[in-house]
Design a binder for this molecule. Structure first.
Ligand SMILES: Nc1nc2c(ncn2[C@@H]2O[C@H](COP(=O)(O)OP(=O)(O)O)[C@@H](O)[C@H]2O)c(=O)[nH]1
Ligand SMILES: [Mg+2]
Length: 322
């Protein structure tokens, strides 16, 4: 399936919520009233786009259409335009993040989405809480990079879970990339260290470090993450160049405060939003953009190896269009 179609089907539930609601609520020929707007706002909020964004969309509809005869395509277009604005415009915290706004390519180079080390392997540290999809997403990212002609080394730094190491080893075999593993319960920093050494030996483009799940309140585990950073930084100048925080889209807004704190504690530079497929909470991309100081760089669209896409706001909005 083409990437865009995957994107579209991944966002089907979110789109359905928006689409059905516009048609249900704003029927052709009726007069658009305050009650309709309130009902619509409630439904927007349920897509987890956040109260502020929902407010803005509804305010726009009120300004343009209140008390007038409903023209459903005009209503839909206003909602779409506002969504586009919220994701690609200067809305929100306005951090001036280097997000490709209007440019669209079928298959953008995944490496270009990372903060690249021009002098050697680019080191990507992946962290987040338990079960959000770190290990799976790492395999998918390795596949995406390999498909784009890059050489990748994986370091299986979740030494707590045998299953995580086995899982990643199997995927590495399928992708055809190297993997460095350690003994169960060994120091993940030593696995990261050996990964960095191996990546340099091979002249690899990218080293991706898996880590065990943790909460930002678990001081010893957060210190462990800091140690991993120090250790790879000694091997490779400036490493980790990219620190990706994995957020599970199905947790929607609930996961967000937690992610904000985690991101600050771990010095994250990008978000990988997993499990966007089948979640009706795709709207969560909007509050992520508003509240977090870092961009969404990749999105997970399923459990398979090919189910990861480079995140581009313009494409996201187009996939969401109602
Ligand atoms: N539907 C869906 N499931 C995913 C996605 N990413 C990961 N998963 C599933 O989430 C579960 C936990 O994934 P895992 O990578 O082990 O999480 P980790 O504990 O953060 O490493 C597994 O069942 C994965 O198949 C995704 O993008 N979509
Ligand atoms: Mg894992």
């Amino acid at each position: 399936m083409a990437l865009f179609d995957k994107f579209k089907s991944g966002l089907q539930k979110t789109r359905q919520v928006l689409n059905t609601d516009v048609r249900d609520l704003f029927r052709a020929g009726t007069i658009l009233d305050e009650e309709m707007l309130e009902e619509f706002e409630g439904r927007l909020i349920r897509s987890d786009m956040g109260v502020e964004a929902a407010d803005e969309i509804v305010a726009e509809l009120r300004k343009k259409f209140l008390g007038r005869t409903v023209d459903p395509p005009a209503v839909a277009e206003t909602v779409n335009a506002k969504l586009r604005d919220l994701l690609t415009g200067s809305a929100g915290t306005g951090t001036g993040l280097a997000e490709p706004a209007g440019v669209e390519e079928e298959n953008p180079d995944p490496l270009a989405r990372l903060t690249v080390n021009p002098l050697g392997p680019t080191v990507v540290l992946v962290s987040g809480v338990n079960g959000v999809g770190k290990t799976t997403s790492i395999a998918k990212l390795a596949k995406l990079l390999t498909d784009a002609g890059r050489t990748v080394v994986l370091a299986a730094g979740d030494t707590f879970r045998a299953a995580a190491v086995e899982q990643l080893t199997t995927w590495a075999g399928r992708i055809g990339c190297e993997i460095v593993t350690g003994e169960m319960n060994s120091d993940p920093a030593s696995v990261a260290h050996r990964g960095a050494v191996r990546a340099k030996e091979l002249g690899a483009d990218v080293l991706i470090l898996d880590t065990a799940g943790r909460l930002q309140t678990q001081t010893n585990l957060m210190n462990e993450l800091a140690k991993i950073r120090r250790v790879v930084g000694k091997q490779i100048e400036g490493a980790p160049h990219e620190s990706l925080l994995v957020i599970d889209a199905t947790t929607g807004q609930n996961g967000l405060s937690q992610a904000e704190k985690f991101s600050e504690a771990a010095g994250c530079t990008g978000i990988l939003l997993s499990k966007l497929d089948g979640s009706a909470k795709g709207g969560v991309v909007i509050p992520i953009r508003r509240r977090m100081n870092i961009p969404v760089k990749f999105v997970g669209l399923g459990e398979g190896l090919d189910d990861l896409a480079v995140f581009e706001p313009a494409k996201f909005v187009r996939a969401l269009e109602i």
